[in-house]
Design a protein around this ligand. Sequence first.
Ligand SMILES: NC(=O)c1ccc[n+]([C@@H]2O[C@H](COP(=O)([O-])OP(=O)(O)OC[C@H]3O[C@@H](n4cnc5c(N)ncnc54)[C@H](O)[C@@H]3O)[C@@H](O)[C@H]2O)c1
Length: 296
Amino acid sequence: MRQSPLILMLNSYLINIIFAKKKLDMSNNLLKGKRGIIFGALDSNSIAWITAERVFEEGGTFVLTNAPVAMRMGQINELAKKTNATVIPADATSIEDLENLISKSMEILGGKLDFVLHSIGMSINVRKGKSYTDQNYDWTHKGLDVSAMSFHRVMQTLYKNDAMNEWGSIVALSYMAAQRVFPDYNDMADNKAFLESVARSFGYFFGKDKNVRVNTISQSPTPTTAGKGVKGFDGFIKYADKMSPLGNATAMDCANYTITLFSDLTKRVTLQNLYNDGGFSNMGVSDSIMDMIENS
Ligand SMILES: NC(=O)c1ccc[n+]([C@@H]2O[C@H](COP(=O)([O-])OP(=O)(O)OC[C@H]3O[C@@H](n4cnc5c(N)ncnc54)[C@H](O)[C@@H]3O)[C@@H](O)[C@H]2O)c1
């Protein structure tokens, strides 16, 4: 039987309401009333993208930002539409851009910020296949500036502008090559070590002066644009998965962990590098890796 356009429209309207309600039911409103800035959503695989969707579901409001060049390549406007967010371009290596981003965000969101996610990483040496023993130091400099010093720059701008609310939370994403050797992770290993150190050093001042938390999450290998840029990524991600008793943490796992760090449930967790890696960081060897070696 053919249905009239009016009935079809009503049906789709009802389906949308049911889905929207289901989505709301998944939320615990952990971030209700909280405002923030999310850096680094390039496409729907980005950890920042999935985090933005989860923050939205948990009731948070935010400004999305990325480097102007990434905006042309990425699909950030699509995410902004879905999450009722405003997009403000900012190159994380530019103080001017960050000043503008932070002051405009406070204006748009109607007050100081409760959370900031730094989800930025880039190495030209990795991208261009230069090995760790043959660095182009201009590129090494650039990678350090974008991936690590930018975290200091973001925090210094927030701090000087008194832009964070008390008990706010700042999170950056790291990788365990900061502690252990992963040869193809190249100069990004040094960038992550710097990033984690900045989290501790600035976290001290943010804690003491403003009651704000600063932490890094050390995430499993994740298939994103940045992740897949690392040489041998496919083997690498499988290896990590087989080594980890709980398997690799996905981008969604990372987003969920970040939600807890933005929420009031973790008010006194600060200066930490927190592993979200299915147990990988404490493993020596696993049965499945042993089986593979013995059967090879
Ligand atoms: N993917 C992984 O395997 C993995 C594992 C551990 C940690 N991380 C970290 O997670 C974070 C997010 O990366 P991702 O995996 O979602 O990849 P991604 O490529 O989606 O995100 C990286 C982002 O950095 C942004 N960026 C680069 N230069 C910038 C600049 N000058 N100013 C502002 N933004 C800039 C890019 O536009 C992009 O949005 C990075 O810090 C990365 O090192 C990733």
